[in-house]
Design a protein around this ligand. Structure first.
Ligand SMILES: [Zn+2]
Ligand SMILES: [Zn+2]
Length: 214
């Protein structure tokens, strides 16, 4: 599996194109906007897009989801249905933040804990990680030791919990009970900023690390 990161929207959100190298089939994770850039990257990679995956319902992660899914003629999978209230608000949110037009949508499939998603021969496990939003999910490729964690965990930080239905205690529990057990060797792609590893964050993250100081 190969991952290409494309920072999109004024929030520099990490849209990821994950590719099954055996089949050249791909999934696009969190196409928040700048869809022309994403379409161009798909053409450069020369892959067939099989589905759109969403970690959560925030505008910078799913603002371009419907346009991208329609462009490639594929379905949207995720997030967990607890984030439906956010997706319903997308058109209003885009006007407020001055984004290009975003459309509300209903995913082909809401995801929940224990589900898996597939593209080509690659499989990613789904973990429900509420806290930043109530319906946030994380995608984990056990074979490739790689997790796409959205706005749950960042290099040196954690997701904000001051948005509607955010919950700090839930977020900390999600990180410690769902992400830490994936393994210290696992590399993760956060929704914003550089990648890191689970082990590095356990040792050094001031908010959720094993010797947290914040
Ligand atoms: Zn978010
Ligand atoms: Zn974000």
């Amino acid at each position: 599996m190969k991952v290409t990161l494309i920072p999109v929207t004024p929030f520099q959100q990490n849209c990821s194109i994950v590719v099954c190298e055996a089949t050249r089939r791909a999934a696009i994770v969190d196409p928040g906007g700048d869809i022309d850039q994403i379409i161009e990257a798909v053409a450069t990679l020369n892959v067939t897009v099989e589905k759109v995956l969403l970690t959560h319902g925030h505008l910078d992660h799913c603002g371009g989801a419907k346009a991208i899914a329609d462009h490639f003629g594929v379905g949207i999978h995720g997030p967990h249905k607890e984030d439906a209230f956010l997706i319903d608000q997308l058109p209003e949110q885009t006007r407020r933040f001055g984004f290009g037009e975003a459309h509300a949508f209903t995913p082909e499939r809401w995801l929940q804990e224990g589900d898996s998603v597939q593209f080509g021969e690659e499989v990613m496990e789904v973990y429900h990680c509420p806290g930043h939003t109530p319906g946030h999910v994380v995608f984990f490729s056990r074979a490739n030791r790689l997790a796409l964690v959205g706005d749950v965990l960042f290099a040196g930080s954690i997701g904000r919990t001051d948005f509607p239905r955010g919950n700090h205690a839930d977020l900390v529990r999600s990180v410690q009970e769902k992400l830490w057990p994936l393994g210290d060797d696992v590399t993760f792609v956060p929704g914003h900023g550089p990648t890191s590893t689970i082990g590095h964050e356990r040792r050094t993250n001031p908010y959720v690390g094993d010797r947290k100081t914040a």
